[in-house]
Design a protein around this ligand. Structure first.
Ligand SMILES: Cc1cc2nc3c(=O)[nH]c(=O)nc-3n(C[C@H](O)[C@H](O)[C@H](O)COP(=O)(O)OP(=O)(O)OC[C@H]3O[C@@H](n4cnc5c(N)ncnc54)[C@H](O)[C@@H]3O)c2cc1C
Length: 414
């Protein structure tokens, strides 16, 4: 009989195991913690995170960086501040550094440093990590605790922490089966869709010609004129469409809208901070001061030349036209395209490319002080399996650490 069985050895499961193993037992003996993971080698997602550098957290973390029930999210985040996260990693032997963007990374710039530190701490504390142990079923035992059926046999545990992640990068082991386990135990699961994912554009668009170009944009997602999300950031043109932080952050609204049958529109203002009227005044000033300057040369003062060229041909304007010669119709078409460009999104890039899952087990079904299920005593749910997703910047890992801490400590409490 184990004290705690943690299902899933990702960021949340490893954190929970450490906090559980550190907790005192009634009789002073070490905690009996076992960590089961279906993957043959654990930590795939930590290793690929942050471009192989693992963006552990962010200098400022607040509920507005997350989507889901923000009241509950706020309470969960309060369990582990950024300062405490930094101190915790230092106690594991990992020094973090802050980058200009506010993101925190290990000073080694290697995600492996994070994985090693977490795994080593589990080993030191005697928490047993069992890779290649895929959990197939979990049942309440008629006596006490739970019986877990896994690919190598069965085991019993007083408490179970479900940390099976979501559905992004299924080959890493997080293939969504955890949702079935949660359902069988009586939980609901809201619709799950890819989030922090790049978007594919209609093939007739000019994105291919700009592949590799990055520029600032104010991106808005909306349904029938109602704004869902607006944010300024970097957009990367690719051979399939658009990517980059601004697009990834907005993507969940597009994927959720499609799931719910509500077409979500994605608009870009390539002159962030300027309205169409302000852009028009600027253009007219340019036409007055430098009437013979080409449209292309004029716009490259504000936007990348390659993009200016592509946009001009998109709205069927010759980029070589002298700015003062531009017809009013062409000028207005160009200004609309610059400040309210409707992206012809055809698809998202899917689970193999998404960084996280939007949707999952509703937070209302969990006690946010302990992460214990409200309907199944002794069962705890943490990390990405829950209906909470953060924007880009280290927020999803912060969620994993914070929920791991709460559940680990609570599950191991005597
Ligand atoms: C490419 C990429 C880059 C990312 N970069 C960042 C970043 O820099 N910063 C950031 O904050 N977030 C980042 N994320 C998101 C972050 O990795 C996840 O939010 C986080 O890993 C979720 O942790 P988790 O422990 O809940 O789930 P996971 O890390 O997905 O772990 C779940 C584990 O459960 C196991 N499992 C699943 N089902 C079973 C089963 N039935 N039995 C046993 N084991 C099972 C899986 O094998 C897996 O090991 C990135 C994600 C991706 C894909």
């Amino acid at each position: 009989m184990h004290d705690v069985a943690v299902v899933g050895a990702g960021a949340a499961g490893l954190a929970a195991s450490i906090f559980a193993a550190e907790a005192a037992t009634k009789d002073g003996r070490p905690q009996r913690i076992v960590l089961l993971d279906g993957a043959k080698t654990i930590g795939a997602k930590i290793l690929v995170s942050g471009g192989g550098r693992c963006n552990v957290t962010h200098e400022v973390v607040s509920p507005i960086d997350f989507f889901g029930n923000r009241h509950i999210i706020k309470n969960v985040l309060a369990a582990l501040s950024v300062e405490q996260t930094v101190t915790w990693f230092a106690s594991l032997g990992v020094e973090l550094k802050r980058e200009e963007t506010g993101k925190l990374f290990p000073v080694t710039d290697k995600a492996r440093t994070i994985l090693h530190a977490l795994v080593n701490r589990c080993h030191t504390l005697g928490a047993h990590i069992r890779p290649d142990h895929r959990v197939i079923d979990i049942n309440k035992s008629p006596e006490a605790g739970f019986i877990l059926q896994h690919s190598q046999g069965t085991l019993r545990a007083e408490k179970v922490i479900l940390a099976t992640g979501g559905r992004s990068i299924p080959k890493s082991g997080s293939d969504g089966f955890g949702y079935s386990l949660a359902r069988r135990l009586g939980h609901h699961v809201t619709a799950t869709v890819p989030a922090l994912v790049a978007l594919t554009l209609d093939d007739r668009m000019f994105h291919k010609s700009l592949s590799g170009l990055s520029q600032e944009v104010e991106l808005t997602t909306g349904v029938k004129g109602r704004v869902l999300y607006r944010q300024t950031g970097s957009l990367l043109w690719t051979h399939f469409g658009i990517s980059g932080p601004a697009v990834m952050n907005a993507s969940r609204f597009w994927t959720l809208g499609r799931e719910q049958g509500e077409p979500v529109e994605v608009y870009g203002n390539f002159l962030p901070g300027q309205t169409q009227e302000q852009a028009k005044s600027w253009l007219m000033e340019q036409a007055a001061n430098n009437p013979r300057r080409s449209l292309l040369k004029t716009w490259t003062q504000q936007i990348p030349g390659r993009f200016a060229e592509a946009l001009c041909s998109h709205v069927e304007c010759d980029p070589k036209t002298a700015v003062a010669q531009l017809s009013r119709i062409d000028r207005d078409r160009l200004l609309v395209a610059l400040t309210r460009f409707k992206f012809p999104v055809s698809q998202d890039r899917g689970w193999n490319h998404a960084e996280v899952t939007a949707g999952g087990v509703p937070l209302e079904e969990i006690n946010y002080q302990t992460m214990e299920s409200r309907s199944v005593p002794g069962l705890y749910l943490i990390g990405e399996i829950l209906d909470c997703d953060g924007r880009i910047g280290g927020f999803n890992f912060q969620w994993a650490w914070a929920t791991g801490l709460l559940a680990g400590r609570a599950a191991a409490a005597p």
